[in-house]
Design a protein around this ligand. Structure first.
Ligand code: NAG
Ligand code: NAG
Length: 482
């Protein structure tokens, strides 16, 4: 059809001298302004006869030599003309047609004719309107969405490629391109990575057209990915984030702890004792973040936050990694302690470093003595080693967290403890001795008592014995007197 137009224009033009025929390709994004060029090289002072028309739609604008103008009625919208030819450009021989707020139906063949005395300039312009659209205006994360690039009329043989956030988007597996007569479609699964500005770039006969649209995906935006790792140290508080898109209030929000080794099965046990789900009234309705007040080492593992949005269950898995410091006293080195930085999952940790944290009177923290490595050996007795020691662990992207150990407190306790031990030992030994003596005395008393009891069992015998002995004594006395 376009060629036919050109042919017709060419025929008309050939009747008059100096005619040319050339098709200019113009791409315009729907809603923008399209500029259809029409230039005359002649610089005659006389006002030319200009006519712009669209194939099948008749005259758009006509200006007679006398200056009389005619505007096609179909180009005004509520009394406002969508088309114009800026007067200011006429003296340079530029009679370009400007179309504001172009629509899909504006696509097609336009022609411009400038008749200046004996010279007639014919210009044919092909206007192609581009639109990028999505099958769902705001898709929910994980749902399929197709991105469509419409070009009206479609340039057969054109090259098409996509840009996502200004970098080339290379379709991967699961993304299909479907080329039919008027559009190109890319099917993708809505993920956070695919949000942003989608641009369709069409190249055709040396000119290029672009159209863009922004895809915003709704769902759980924080954390953006599954299996996000959260680091916490034993005894500290930990936050488990779970934030849905603004104004996306999930129904039936649930937090679960997953069975070790399983990605989906909730653990039969309950959530940790210090776990508290979102319930603060200050929290926004789409923020379902939870927290642990005081993390214990056994709280490590996978947690799942889920909620229902538009009939679809959305969930996010978060891994809580707990850090602690194990201390051990080597048998041969008295007074020293070996500290080991332990993490429930150290797979992302590339570096450990130990720092000595001190606080001045104002409570300002300062950090000194840095040693690399997972373990640290220090002497507990020395004054300068007292205070807080922190093990900082970091991964590829920087510091992941830290866990602290207090030496001053520990060495103090140890001193007291060991002294306490010696006191106790002395006391125990003393008491045992006393008890032993007491027992001996008791045993002696018992023995005496028993003997006496045996004698008292025979009181008559005792009397006889007594009388006999008395008589014997008297006889002996009498004998002595004699
Ligand atoms: C504590 O703060 C005060 C004022 O803020 C300052 O003058 C003083 O030097 C600080 N003391 C120490 C030990 O840093
Ligand atoms: C340890 O982590 C806490 C919380 O992130 C931070 O405030 C503190 O400065 C860190 N301590 C050290 C020694 O890096």
């Amino acid at each position: 059809m376009m060629l036919l137009e050109c042919f017709i224009f060419g025929m008309i033009a050939s009747l008059i001298t100096g005619a040319r025929c050339k098709v200019t390709e113009v791409f315009a994004e729907a809603g923008s302004q399209a500029v259809l060029p029409c230039k005359s090289s002649s610089t005659s002072l006389a006002s030319p006869f200009i006519i712009w028309s669209k194939a099948n739609k008749g005259t758009i604008w006509r200006k007679q030599k006398s200056g009389l103008q005619y505007w096609g009625s179909s180009w005004s919208q509520k009394g406002i003309q969508r088309v114009q030819c800026p007067n200011s450009l006429f003296e340079r021989g530029d009679y370009s047609l400007h179309i504001n707020n172009v629509r899909e139906e504006d696509g097609g063949v336009y022609s411009c004719s400038v008749e200046n005395g004996v010279q007639v300039v014919e210009n044919v312009v092909m206007l192609r309107i581009m639109i990028v659209s999505f099958s769902l205006s705001v898709p929910i994360l994980g749902k399929d969405v197709s991105v469509t690039c419409n070009v009206t009329p479609w340039p057969h043989g054109a090259s098409v490629h996509w840009m996502l956030n200004n970098s080339p988007f290379v379709p991967q597996t699961g993304i299909s391109s479907n080329r039919d007569t008027s559009k190109i479609v890319v099917r993708v699964k809505a993920t956070a990575r695919l949000t942003g500005n989608w641009t369709c770039v069409v190249g055709y006969k040396g000119s290029e057209g672009r159209a863009s649209a922004t895809l915003s995906v709704k769902g759980i935006i924080k954390p953006p990915n599954d299996n996000t790792k959260v680091y916490a140290s034993v005894g500290s508080a930990a936050a488990l984030p779970c934030v849905f898109s603004n104004d996306l209030v999930p129904s039936l929000p649930v937090w679960e702890k997953l069975q070790p080794g399983s990605l989906f099965k909730p653990a039969p046990g309950r959530l940790p004792s210090s776990f508290s789900p979102s319930s603060q009234s200050s929290q926004l309705a789409w923020d379902k973040s939870a927290s642990l007040k005081a993390v214990e080492f056994k709280d490590e593992g996978r947690y799942r936050c889920s909620g229902t949005v538009q009939g679809q269950r959305l969930s996010r898995n978060i891994q809580l990694i707990v850090a602690k410091i194990d201390s051990s006293v080597p048998s041969k080195k008295k007074g020293s302690v070996t500290l080991t930085c332990q993490l429930s999952d150290a797979s992302e940790v590339t570096d450990y470093e130990w720092v000595h944290v001190t606080y001045d009177l104002n409570g300002t923290q300062s950090v000194g003595f840095i040693q690399k490595g997972k373990t640290l050996s220090i002497s507990q007795g020395s004054e300068e080693n007292q205070g807080e020691w922190a093990c900082r662990f970091s991964g590829k992207e920087g510091i992941l967290g830290n866990v602290t150990y207090h030496v001053q407190l520990m060495s103090g306790l140890n001193g007291q403890k060991s002294k306490g031990f010696s006191h106790n030992t002395a006391a125990v030994v003393g008491l045992s001795f006393l008890l032993f003596v007491l027992l001996l005395i008791l045993a002696q008393m018992y023995k005496n008592h028993q003997r006496r009891k045996r004698i008292f069992q025979y009181p008559a015998l005792e009397t006889i014995v007594h009388t006999i002995s008395n008589e014997r004594e008297e006889r002996e006395r009498n004998r002595a007197k004699k």
